[in-house]
Design a protein around this ligand. Sequence first.
Ligand SMILES: Cc1cc2nc3c(=O)[nH]c(=O)nc-3n(C[C@H](O)[C@H](O)[C@H](O)COP(=O)(O)OP(=O)(O)OC[C@H]3O[C@@H](n4cnc5c(N)ncnc54)[C@H](O)[C@@H]3O)c2cc1C
Ligand code: FES
Length: 277
Amino acid sequence: MYLPSQAVIQDITIENSRIKTYTLAFTDKEYQRNFSYAPGQFMMVSVPHCGEAPISFASSPTRPGTIELSVRKAGELTSRLHSLPAGSMIGLRGPYGKPFPMEELAGKDLLFVAGGIGLAPLRSVITFCLDSGKYGTITLLYGSRTPEDIAFQADIEMWRKAGVDCRLTVDESSSDWQGNVGVVTTLLPQTMPLSSSTVSLVCGPLVMIDFVIKELTQMGLKDEDIITTMERHMKCGVGVCGHCHMDDKMICVDGPVFSKKELTESVAHFQEKPTVT
Ligand SMILES: Cc1cc2nc3c(=O)[nH]c(=O)nc-3n(C[C@H](O)[C@H](O)[C@H](O)COP(=O)(O)OP(=O)(O)OC[C@H]3O[C@@H](n4cnc5c(N)ncnc54)[C@H](O)[C@@H]3O)c2cc1C
Ligand code: FES
């Protein structure tokens, strides 16, 4: 169960100074052919002597043959990964975790809200939606720290051409930035009024998720129509070690995808706190 399969880095796309996207293929061609996954799931990635880390699929299963993982340089393993050239081997085990409910989302208008590397798992969903053609309107709100930090620019251009309404914002502007300045929630009023079939998918840092969920609720979205992903440090990835627990939930098997309804029912962080007077 803990044995990784060997994969070769076929290609590397530099998204920005901290994020690279890796195109990977298992060296065992039969294994690659039979490999399947769903948007929202993740792989445990390993590099010799650096341990393992969970990384979400950035690619869509509608495009088989290779998989793509987008990695932000954070600590030991991801820094080592960033130093590897194309042709290098890494270890992969998975897929793990509960995916986005793609069947239930069919026919819905989708409002994606992402910050930084949080666009990686949503890239998988957006590609899946565009390839399958079973979804309503697609809107993407994407926040980055500065214009230089905007990742997935080639994808954003492609999505725009495919009819996705992509709206970008940066926290700090530079002189040649013509777009919105402010945190990603400042883009939310531009999406009003939301259609009655809107579902929002939110990925990014926890503080961003908190603010976005509050605003989406004020905009009238029901708890079951707000879907997000949670992150914790992981060891086993399969519900055995307890390392990734969030109250009574294990992120690796109960998540990483959760609706706001699931989170408010079982995670103290998301429950309304009584106002102290
Ligand atoms: C389900 C899931 C999906 C993910 N998908 C992606 C993805 O698609 N792309 C991506 O880039 N990242 C993703 N991550 C995050 C990634 O797994 C982490 O950033 C991972 O820790 C990187 O490993 P590392 O060895 O490079 O860094 P680490 O050495 O683990 O350090 C990463 C950061 O965490 C801090 N840290 C280390 N240990 C602890 C600890 N015990 N408690 C608190 N903080 C600690 C470090 O100081 C550093 O700032 C995902 C995480 C989860 C749970
Ligand atoms: S990482 Fe071991 S239980 Fe989730």
